[in-house]
Design a protein around this ligand. Structure first.
Ligand code: CU
Length: 145
């Protein structure tokens, strides 16, 4: 191969890398911060709550200092739909919801990614460790066409 031929091939390869990188950028990512300790107030903060349908990556970080948290992604009929709650066990009854994915047992300071294919609709994120949902650990995500 001539030097010119090599340069053209290199440029073509760079072009392919650049266009696949651009394609990667249109996929959605949501940063999720989990907070709260012991019996205090707990929370779940998202950097965005509206994304396009398709592949969505949740980048989940446990920002608590001593408390283990988790993240469940559940499909709901509407934003105000109530999840079936088991009061005796103080958590959402997971057998009665449409669970799409989970990051379980996330230690304080740890991060983990979860990628799901999501269709348009409303999704609820929650931590289902005993008492945490009622302490404030939930958030809604809207997936649009
Ligand atoms: Cu939690």
């Amino acid at each position: 191969m001539t030097r010119t031929g090599m340069a053209v091939t290199t440029l073509a390869l760079l072009g392919m890398v650049a266009s696949s990188a651009a394609w990667a950028l249109v996929m959605s990512a949501i940063n999720v911060s989990l907070t709260g300790e012991g019996t205090g107030k707990m929370g779940m903060a998202l950097d965005q709550d509206k994304v396009q349908e398709g592949r969505v990556t949740f980048i989940v970080k446990n920002d608590a200092t001593s408390e283990t948290h988790e993240l469940l992604v559940v499909k709901v009929a509407s934003a105000d739909a109530e999840l079936p709650y088991d009061a005796a066990k103080d958590h959402v009854n997971e057998a009665k919801v449409t669970k799409l994915g989970e990051v379980s047992n996330l230690k304080p300071g740890a991060s983990k990614m979860l990628t799901l294919e999501l269709t348009p609709g409303t999704y609820k994120l929650l931590c289902n460790i005993k008492g945490h949902y009622m302490a404030g650990m939930s958030a809604l995500v809207t997936v649009t066409k």
